[in-house]
Design a protein around this ligand. Structure first.
Ligand code: TGC
Ligand code: FAD
Length: 392
């Protein structure tokens, strides 16, 4: 799709709730996506290739660690700016937003929150500038929704740790320079370790044949007696809560990102419906098509308000895990429904790569599964309102 005609939609004037800085960040990101992402993304998705040349541009617009303080190379922005950036980038493609989510929330966030001062100075500026690309290894072949059961482990060998095990479904794995790896020590306690490409016994085979997130690189992290220096352990926090707190930040970004996809699908369908003539009328004149479009903009508007309120709570450090789950779950499902309806409005044209809808729709099948499945987020809400966890 080389000609990006996207116009955003703000039915409830949500822009009036944003600051000048938010709007500047949002518009800059939007223009960058129009210039750099939409003209090439379909081709890369068809080829199942990550557009690696975008790495530098993403760093230049501040998409790596926007909320990390400037002294560590971040942009020092608030969480609404982060959300708006994820919205605009995901409007381009969920796979590109994935790269930014992983780098910002799952690699820079844990180093900033739980790393030593030395680790922060060593890694954060190079991650912010895009010189280093990170991955986050939590999921294992036998432990997805239940990461607490992980079997990847490390042993204290005196002057280093010996790491063994494997991680599966890892975004950026094949192209990462470093990985934050969650593994158990000899007492069964979970810790984060920074594993660097080039360490002997560390490999990152690519996962092929994906129908979803084709422009994102996914793979495994395999550890075969990897010697990890002791200074690479994140000292600030141990236990499952450490990786789960990183997920809060990434899930928050997805709640905004999904709005970008929904806006793109709605905008495409609205324009198409006004132009496509059947029975001597634009199809937008038929009540059935108006129902679809009216419901889409209603759901998008609700999602925008939910994300904005969550952003203000997150800025005040008051957003709970359960509130974030509710927004991630609601907004991703909303985007998927909008994408399916939009595809129908385009009829046969909806299945082609001439329009972004089918690519968005397939991407969302990953987004609704990763960072906690749709079911798991429902159970998080259920546990929060009843006080009774129903996971096990
Ligand atoms: P549970 O007993 O509830 O909790 C264990 C410990 O963690 C604490 N905790 C948190 N701490 C900080 N922040 C949070 N959000 C926390 N949630 C829980 C909790 O207090 C407890 O602490 P303590 O001191 O008592 O030990 O844990 P559980 O084993 O029952 O599991 C709960 C459940 C199912 C909700 C959790 O395991 C879960 O969220 N599962 C889903 C897994 C998941 O989301 N994986 C995502 C992998 S990463 C990914 O998908 C990246 S995609 C990236 C991209 O490309 O964009
Ligand atoms: P399972 O946990 O096996 O779940 C299968 C089904 O069972 C789901 O429908 C689920 O909802 C349901 N289920 C499971 N438990 C329960 C329960 N208690 N009650 C009711 N239903 C339940 N992980 C990372 O660590 N890092 C990454 O960068 C990363 N990137 C990813 C990229 C892609 C493209 C994909 C697809 C996944 C990625 N993941 C990553 C992994 C992702 O987080 C997991 O796929 C997800 O958490 C679900 O785990 P699973 O696939 O093992 O499914």
């Amino acid at each position: 799709m080389s000609n990006d005609l996207f116009q955003s939609h703000d039915y409830y004037l949500v822009d009036e709730l944003l600051s000048e800085e938010h709007i500047l960040v949002r518009n800059t990101t939007r223009e960058w996506v129009k210039r750099e992402v939409t003209p090439i993304i379909e081709e890369y998705a068809q080829r199942a290739e990550f557009p690696a040349h975008l790495r530098k541009g993403l760093a230049e617009i501040g998409a790596y660690g926007p909320f990390i303080p400037q002294e560590y190379g971040g942009a020092g922005l608030d969480y609404i700016s982060y959300g708006l950036m994820m919205q605009e980038i995901e409007r381009g493609d969920s796979g590109i937003r994935s790269t930014c989510s992983v780098q910002s929330s799952l690699v820079m966030f844990p180093i900033y929150k739980y790393g030593s001062e030395e680790q922060k100075r060593k890694y954060l500026p190079r991650l912010a500038s895009g010189e280093l690309l990170g991955a986050f290894g939590l999921t294992e072949p036998n432990y997805g929704s239940n990461p607490g059961g992980m079997v990847t482990h490390f042993k204290d060998m005196g002057d280093h740790y010996l790491l063994n095990g494997s991680k599966m479904w890892i975004s950026n794995a094949p192209i990462c320079d470093i990985a934050i790896v969650w593994a158990k020590n000899e007492e069964g306690r979970i810790h984060g370790l920074i594993v660097e490409r080039g360490m002997e016994g560390f490999s990152t085979p690519e996962t092929k044949n994906k129908w979803s997130l084709r422009a994102s690189s996914t793979g495994e992290l395999v550890f075969d007696n990897v010697r990890v220096p002791k200074e690479n352990l994140l000292p600030g926090r141990s236990g499952l809560g450490a990786p789960l707190s990183c997920l809060d930040s990434a899930r928050y970004g997805i709640a905004w990102g999904a709005i970008g996809v929904a806006l793109d699908c709605y905008d495409t369908a609205l324009r198409y419906a006004k132009q496509r003539i059947q029975f001597d009328k634009p199809i937008a004149a038929f009540q059935l098509q108006q129902k679809k479009l009216a419901e889409m903009i209603t759901e998008i508007t609700k999602a925008q308000l939910l994300a904005w309120r969550l952003g203000t709570l997150r800025n005040e450090d008051r957003a709970t895990t359960a509130q974030i789950s509710m927004a991630k779950r609601n907004n991703v499902e909303m985007a998927l429904r909008v994408a399916r309806e939009a595809r129908q409005i385009l009829g046969g044209m909806g299945i082609t790569g001439d329009y972004p809808i089918m690519r968005h729709m397939m991407n969302l099948e990953s987004v609704i599964t990763y960072e906690g499945t749709h079911d798991i987020h429902l159970l998080i809400t259920g546990a929060d309102i009843t006080g009774i966890p129903a996971f096990k």
